[in-house]
Design a binder for this molecule. Sequence first.
Ligand code: TYD
Ligand code: MG
Length: 450
Amino acid sequence: MARTSPVFVCGSCGGETLKWQGQCPLCGAWNSLEQRSAASARAVTSAAAVPLGAAVPGGRSAERLPSGAAELDRVLGGGIVPGSVILLGGDPGIGKSTLLLQVAAHLGASRPVIYASGEESVAQVSLRAERLSLAAARLSLVAETELAAILALAAEAHAAVLVVDSIQTVQSAAAGAPAGAVSQLRECTAELVRFAKASGTAVIIVGHVTKEGTIAGPRLLEHLVDTVLYFESEAGSRYRIVRAAKNRFGAVNELGFFAMTGAGLKEVRNPAAIFLARSAEPAPGSIVTVSRDGGRPLLIELQALVDRMRFGAPRRIAQGLDANRLAMLLAAVNRHAGLSLQEHDVFVNVVGGIEIGETSWDLPVLIALASSLHARAIPASLVAFGEIGLTGEVRPVAWGDERLREAQAQGFRIAVVPQGNAPRQSPAGMRVVGVGRIGEALEAALGALT
Ligand code: TYD
Ligand code: MG
């Protein structure tokens, strides 16, 4: 049944309550609740049916706009879709404005593009464009925070792309709250979505990921937009990763790689080995694996440290990996290979700040743990990948051949892999050891362990 009683909307967090109170029960803000009738909040409009195929803005099948960065296009699923809304989230200072200025300049060479900045003045943005040697005849910069004014400019220019940098700085008169408040973020994003759908202009929104404690981050907006990209980096690293967390027009979890240089963001076309910075001297607990997260093979170093427990319960800490899966692996290796770490603290880390979401790291993690426990280094020329089952078997993973080829291309000479992934003929110059059980794998990587 339709709800007709009034709703009270918090101007600070956007939350709804049925009864007026002095303090918002959701975010704790005082005097922030305003009445809005539920019926008006859900106005019914008549719908019009459109034949499939005719529903694309401009009438053509969606012709994607190349962003000028193949790494970004790949994450977007092949370029920017006209009329779509993309949210680019990331820590302040990571390079969101730099990337989007580069994209805007590329597109602005041949199409009308508006770059609206509420964070920097036109002079500042121009200076940066000059420093990056960016020039685009049809790119207009505007320092504006009033959303209606930005939309009017974009409509007048028939912009192909509108960049809003950032959503935290724009405001709409429709939401009576200061810029950055949750209700403003939601209202402005919703208005931008309506504008994009109606005009066919692709809208790219920058959203700062705010520190814990503030809730007004891009996560709140994810469900409103078509595509959500996150710009990530390990502290101190010059490499930047763009990840699609949501994409209505392509695959998620594709990764794009960039490096921050003095001349802006440069694409990293072959990122296979960018996370490998191992010291020449092999150290116990370190191993290289080939992940295939993000659509292509990546060589990644895993590190494990096993330390005798001091007191209390043993600690299991995993950085970049799923800690529950690590606990399962510890039980499997204890039961099926006699490697007991019940009296030890266990730390596992993925070097490079990248997250591995697949199971191919099971086997290398166990080898690294055994290597640390026995203080025996794994040869620097060895790679390993494979999934471990609860019964102690080593299970094959997808893309085995491709992983082996990449490892060989990067100079690795021994690969310890699941039997099911061992090719009939090893890649040239590489010895592939196929293993069926955990114990066999540890033996192959570290020699007989006592
Ligand atoms: P910026 O794009 O302003 O970050 P965001 O918009 O995500 O807050 O990037 C700012 C940082 O990038 C700043 O620390 C300087 C660095 N940078 C370079 O190293 N090289 C460059 O060419 C540019 C433009 C920025
Ligand atoms: Mg910025």
